[in-house]
Design a protein around this ligand. Structure first.
Ligand code: CUA
Length: 421
């Protein structure tokens, strides 16, 4: 009877155990968004708290489960046995009760001490992580703002449904027409303070391998700090439900050697190169102005009116599109590299022009702006996205402007955008 029970239990437990074991295997630690593969001190601290709790829970599980199994086996009814009288309930054993209470308090303290110290640690850059030299010396170039501070600060602004990154000390801001959408770049091994703001609803900032997660609240200033100790390409995600396209609100973090980071900052301030006269790209540039893209998007050196949507001056240098939802790299080459490179999922192939162009056409052509092969409006890439639903501006001329872009116009627009390196 008992062995039958055990084998039945095993029937349920085996697949469960396999799942748990698969979740813990080393192979699975190579997924792009894994909190079990920390690559910086903040993520490491959060991982340690998690593991402390896991071990405590394992001990409790074995203890309680063991006692339960012991009781079931030891006091089971045997064949031919008459039902034993139920033992009368007594007061119990004071020593056991005091022991259990003390053990519970001990368990709580065991979790509380690392939890509280981790909350303290992750709140702001700790003294030992503040860089030794000042920012200005470090970049070897004059900064837009006199910087007494030694810690690099990045303002993260959440919008439905993308992230805008600004580096106020380095002059990379939306006001200065140099903001950085969706792909945050940070130097390796350096503590960075992150200021979290929202321009609409609550979002949450989460890079599982580096740190996370802290909410971006409208009307409230939240902050955190991060540090990545390995160069590479990291994957982030909005972690708070924020509307239709919450699931497509992703972002990326590019971790560079400090010298490369300084070069990147300089490149961000450069204007877009002029487009060749008479080219397809020039046609696209004209369309960009005529089809009201220019109302929301800034392209440094070409158009300067837009400040609402992502800055497109260096669009073609980014590895992703549409709030990091569409990947501009060759998926096969990327997968192959991740499996062979010692960097794992942090390794990255460069953008692939054909993939990028296809993504651009899919993205700009979606949401009913362009007609599909069947003459029906094409499907949303990101439902409810503000690029296609202008109505929120409440400008009479822009109401319901579902422009029909032809395949040729989409092609020209994509060719233009691909020149924005
Ligand atoms: Cu932003 Cu979810």
């Amino acid at each position: 009877m008992f062995s039958r029970l055990l084998s039945r239990l095993g029937l349920f437990a085996a697949p469960l155990f396999a799942l748990v074991a698969a979740g813990c295997s080393k192979a699975d630690l190579t997924v792009r968004q894994s909190t079990l593969d920390p690559k910086g001190p903040v993520a490491q601290m959060q991982y340690d708290v998690f593991m402390d709790t896991v071990w405590l829970v394992v001990v409790l599980f074995v203890l309680v489960g063991g006692l339960l199994v012991y009781a079931v086996v030891r006091f089971r009814s045997r064949p031919g046995e008459t039902a034993a009288p139920i033992v009368e309930e007594g007061h119990g054993n004071p020593l056991v009760e005091i022991g259990l209470i003390t053990a519970s308090i001990g368990a709580l303290v065991f979790i509380a001490v690392p939890t509280l110290s981790a909350i303290w640690y992750t709140d702001d850059v700790p003294a030992e992580s503040v860089p030794k030299s000042k920012l200005s010396a470090w970049y070897g170039q004059p900064l837009d703002k006199a910087v007494a501070e030694q810690v690099l600060e990045i303002d993260v602004i959440g919008k439905q449904w993308w992230f805008r990154f600004e580096y106020p000390q380095l002059g990379l801001t939306n006001d200065a027409k140099h903001s950085v959408p969706n792909e945050m770049v940070i130097p390796k091994g350096v503590a960075v303070r992150i200021n979290l703001r929202s321009e609409d609803v609550i979002h949450s900032f989460w890079i599982p391998k580096i740190a996370g997660k802290v909410d971006l609240m409208p009307g409230r200033k939240n902050r955190m700090w991060i540090q990545a100790d390995q160069v590479g390409h990291y994957y982030g995600q909005c972690a708070e439900f924020c509307g239709d396209s919450h699931a497509y609100m992703l972002f990326r973090v590019e971790v560079l050697e400090p010298a490369d980071f300084a070069k990147w900052v300089a490149a961000q301030k450069a204007d877009a190169a002029p487009v060749a006269a008479g080219s397809k790209a020039e046609q696209g540039k004209n369309l960009f102005a005529a089809k009201s893209c220019v109302m929301c998007h800034n392209v440094g050196g070409h158009f300067g009116a837009g400040a609402f949507g992502p800055d497109l001056t260096h669009l073609a240098s980014r590895k992703s599109l549409a709030g990091a939802w569409l990947d501009n790299r060759d998926p096969k080459a990327q997968r192959a590299l991740e499996q062979t490179s010692p960097l794992g999922t942090e390794a990255s192939v460069p953008v692939d022009r054909a993939t990028f162009k296809a993504n651009l056409i899919k993205w700009i052509g979606s949401s009913g702006i362009a007609a599909g092969a069947d003459g029906q409006p094409t499907k949303d890439v990101k439902p409810g996205n503000r690029m296609h639903y202008y109505k929120m501006f409440n400008v009479a001329g822009l109401r319901e402007t579902h422009q029909k872009l032809t395949a040729d116009e989409l092609d020209a627009l994509a060719e233009y955008l691909l020149t924005l390196k």
